[in-house]
Write a protein that binds this ligand. Sequence first.
Ligand code: ATR
Length: 281
Amino acid sequence: MISGKAKLAGVIGWPVQHSQSPRLHGYWLDQYGIDGAYIPLPVRPEDFEDAFRALPKLGFSGVNITVPHKHSALELVDVVDPLAQQIGAVNTVAVSENGNLTGYNTDGFGFLENLIHGAPDFSPSAGPAVVLGAGGAARAVVCSLVAAGVTDLRLVNRTRARADALADSVHGPVSVYDFSNIDDALEGANLLVNTTALGMEGNPPLIISLNALPVQALVNDIVYAPLQTELLKAAATRGNPVVDGLGMLLHQARAGFEKWFGIMPDVTDDLRAHILKGMNG
Ligand code: ATR
């Protein structure tokens, strides 16, 4: 039940009906008995600026921003968190008491928290990390790994120029490898992450040889539909520890929930099951 004093948040996207965020935040609002609401906000690209600027006047505590508005939000916020600036996209916005809009990017936080919770022995600074892909998701992953102290990050992408551009724009120990030299990239690695669209439902699977990857290396796919991608299956079969991608979605949401509703929520098995049910239903 919500009262007239309920705190308000939501997700702005176009389209937005497939977003799991209302289900996710609604679960936490119930769990913690918070007087608040989190609603889907379908907003066309041409209406985004007006709708976004109206949030303080409507009394919102903040919003998540999803496709296709993440770059527009970066331009429109009053204050940009340094990590969001580096990643080049805003996915979480908080409204301050004076009506200022502050933009954050919580994807990197979600990525790291997912690894820490899924593989408690993992340390980002313990050895080389291999990141496949050079799109928006890769940028968040690369920036968060660099911020976490990785000393050797090896970027592999189909289009070499995109990987070079990403490596150049990040101030950190990032080097670029071609897929044809993937064995060199995997040699001695501590972490392998797929951020490409390969393996996602409707796309071809990601098939690479893992022969050169140490068997202790953690393997993570940020694809979560399906949960067990071919990459994760192949890695688990040869004995590598694996972490699936659903946790990144769940953990990135925790940071926004805390900003708007004042409690840092937990990711539990029950929450995972609840979201999986929503995705399949
Ligand atoms: P996102 O924001 O989700 O990261 P994106 O910016 O479109 O999405 O990036 C998609 C990533 O998947 C890119 O690294 C892309 O490689 P290119 O830069 O070469 O396009 C990668 N990708 C998509 N389809 C691919 C395919 N069939 N083979 C290899 N890589 C692919």
